[in-house]
Structure formats: C-alpha cells, structure tokens
Write a protein that binds this ligand. Sequence first.
Ligand code: E4P
Length: 215
Amino acid sequence: MKFFIDTANLAQIKEAQDLGVLDGVTTNPSLMAKEGIKGQENILKHYVDICNIVTGDVSAEVISTDFDGMVKEGEALAKLHPRIVVKIPMIKDGVKAIKYFTEKGIKTNCTLVFSAGQALLAAKAGATYMSPFIGRLDDVSTDGLNLIEDIRIIYDNYGYETEILAASVRHPMHIIECAKIGADVITAPLSAITALLKHPLTDIGLAQFLADAKK
Ligand code: E4P
C-alpha cells in the first residue's frame, strides 16, 4: 500500500520523505490556505516546491467547476512538474475533464468521492486515483471503510486500474483497516503516519536492552 501525506506543509512533507516511506502528497485548497499560500503565482510555486522535496506523485487541485476551466487549469498544473497529478472534483464536468486528461496521458485524482457509484464513474473515465473521503463519512455516521470495501469489490470485478486512494484518514486504525481491505493508497496527516511507529512494549523493551547493554 502506498503512503501519501495529506498536507501542504513543506516541513512535514520533508519529515515524511526523510522517514523513507513516502510515496506521494495530496493537497487541497483548504490545506494550501492553512499554510497561508495565497495568489496564483505563490500557489503554483508552492506545488513546485513540494515536487522538489518528494519522489512520488503530487496532487494539485483545480478550483474551476466547468469543463473548459478545469482543462485550462489542469493543463497549466500538469506543465509545472512531471510529478503533478491533476485533482478534479467528482462532478459532471469533472468526469468529462478526467476522461479528457486520461486521453492526453495526464494523471488525475478524482476527489470528493462519497459513494460506490461515483467511484465507478471515476474508474470508467480513467482516473489514475480515486479518493473516497472516509473520515468525512464517519463524521456523518456512515462507515467510510465499508465504502472502501465496496469499491475494492467493484474494481476487482472488472479489473479497473484506477487506484483506490483512501482520503480523509484521521488516525492509525484507519490506515491499518485500509491495508486489510486492500486500498491501493492512503493519504494521511503526518501524525497518523508516525502514530504507526508507537507501541509501549517497544519503548519498554528498548529501555531494557539499553540498560542491559551497559552491564
Ligand atoms: C484528500 O485528498 C483530501 O485532501 C483530504 O484527505 C481531506 O481530509 P479531511 O476530511 O481531513 O479534510
């Protein structure tokens, strides 16, 4: 399973990259705003800065909601760096735009997916990645992991190559459950990824080994 980090924070992206387990980055307009990145020029530069830190795919989201706007924006984003993946919302014109980019050989990430039907459409349009938001489903009392299970079955039934990118991951158990189900990718905050490191028995065992080594 690939590990993507879900942030636009350069220090956190570098920390995850240095850990040696990072396969890519996802961003969205809210995450960019959180870092105080404003204005088109700064936003585009920030994407390039991210691409220069990591070795994997970097999702950059369009903010247009019409086909022509998404195509124009997505083409400009794709030109920034070979690692850019154009992130497109699951709306009617978004599906058309994904198909357009697929035919042009430009990678896409279909975002804001909340149902199996939406996931099926994204795969049929040829999305490289398709992002179901499991945490936001959990927030409205709907099991996000059930959706990942359903999509896994559907994609396997037909051999769709679109990768299931579990998004809106909130904690380490989300990551473990996604791995059990067979999600292709998870995108998570650094805190959820580093939480996988922790176990009290590891700390106790290490303290004992270090103490015994001094004897
Ligand atoms: C995915 O690509 C999104 O950026 C992200 O995972 C959304 O997460 P949130 O629901 O925690 O905002």
